[in-house]
Write a protein that binds this ligand. Structure first.
Ligand code: WQD
Length: 339
């Protein structure tokens, strides 16, 4: 199957391209390189030995997207391309609504024109906000988004649901990611945050590499065992493999307008301090960190109830948080030429 991967040079996208190839799919990449670098394509080639078709195109450019669909004849689409910085989305909401929603509308429209009938969407556990109860299942009510970024994910899910209902020949799945961490075991691809990382693990690895003076833990007065927030940290390679399972499920679906959502998490919640201690133990490094004030908008605790993805999509995580933190550190050391 030939699969379009939008945002395929990004963190999760690049790992998914590798796993698609490993599973015998034919990935084709669209990426505007706004939040990624061509170096990632070099890493993908070193891992797979392949130069996958790559188009430096913005998904908001409908004429260029059409040309690619004309040329490549896709069997399915995995849509990662989106802006994803929570804080930035608060400062620039229109930029987020335009980019994240318009690119989705254009993709769905062009897919319909070319009768491409399988669509996997990159959603996020952020649609749950601060859930009333944890672990969250797919039936846990969504809460009002805590950021425009999160709202674009919730709106996108509703657009896909309504479009699939009306478009008899489209089958789609939204995958609600929890917290993707780690890197490829070869340390040839990994997370490449722009500027100062907002996410926990890249900030940790940059601190350990001496690029940042110290990590600030945002709050230790939460109602959790050690006072720090709880998250469901999932290895990015396990998350990438969930996309293959979603494509296979769509291929097997006989319901003409099938749409469903799946939590993709490990089903385990760890605190920020748990993760820091594991990072230090696994990698034999001492991390310089201090406790600071809470970060506005942070959810106190969330992790997945993952029965549905385990049972329906036949996906279970193979790697642990320790694996992810080892891989993340190896990737950082490669990036900063540390021995
Ligand atoms: C995790 C925990 C912080 C940095 C967001 C989005 C989600 C997805 C991933 C895009 C929190 C704490 C963090 C730091 C810290 N985004 N932390 N010091 O906020 O759970 O999820 O990013 O795909 O949709 O909502 O991830 O890594 O920013 O934070 O103490 O320097 O680490 O308070 O408790 P988050 P995160």
């Amino acid at each position: 199957m030939k699969i379009l991967v939008t945002g395929g040079v990004g963190f999760i996208g690049s790992h998914t391209v590798v796993e698609l190839f490993n599973a015998g799919f034919e990935p084709v990449i669209i990426d505007n390189l706004y939040n990624s670098s061509r170096d990632v394509l070099v890493g993908i080639k070193k891992i797979t030995g392949q130069d996958f078709p790559f188009y430096e195109v913005d998904c908001n450019d409908i004429s260029q997207v059409r040309e690619i669909f004309e040329k490549e004849k896709f069997d399915g689409v995995i849509h990662f391309a989106a802006y994803k910085a929570v804080g930035e989305s608060v400062d620039e909401p229109l930029k987020y609504y335009e980019n994240n929603i318009l690119s989705l509308l254009i993709l769905l429209k062009v897919m319909k024109e070319f009768a491409v009938d399988k669509f996997v969407f990159s959603s996020s556990c952020t649609v749950y906000g601060q859930p009333d109860s944890i672990p969250v299942t797919e039936l846990t009510p969504r809460q009002p988004a805590t950021s425009p970024y999160g709202n674009t994910k919730a709106i996108a899910e509703d657009i896909i649901r309504d479009h699939v209902h009306a478009a008899p020949n489209l089958k789609a799945i939204s995958l609600r990611y929890f917290n993707p961490i780690g890197a490829h075991e070869t340390a040839l691809i990994g997370e490449l945050p722009n500027g100062v990382p907002s996410n926990l693990v890249p900030f940790i690895t940059q601190t350990a590499a001496g690029l940042r003076k110290s990590l600030t833990v945002f709050g230790s007065d939460y109602d959790t065992p050690d006072g720090t927030c709880i998250r469901d940290f999932i290895h990015v390679v396990d998350l990438a493999k969930a996309h293959l399972k979603a494509l296979i499920l769509l291929q097997e679906q006989t319901t003409p307008n099938y749409y469903d959502v799946f939590n993709v998490g490990t089903g385990k919640g760890y605190t920020v301090l748990d993760l820091i201690k594991t990072f230090e133990e696994v990698n034999g490094v001492k991390l310089n960190y201090s406790i600071g004030p809470r970060r506005e908008g942070d959810v106190e605790k969330i992790y997945a109830q993952s029965d549905k993805v385990n049972n329906v999509m036949k996906w279970t995580p193979e790697k642990t948080m320790s694996d992810a933190l080892r891989d993340a550190w190896n990737w950082q050391k490669k990036l900063t030429n540390l021995q």
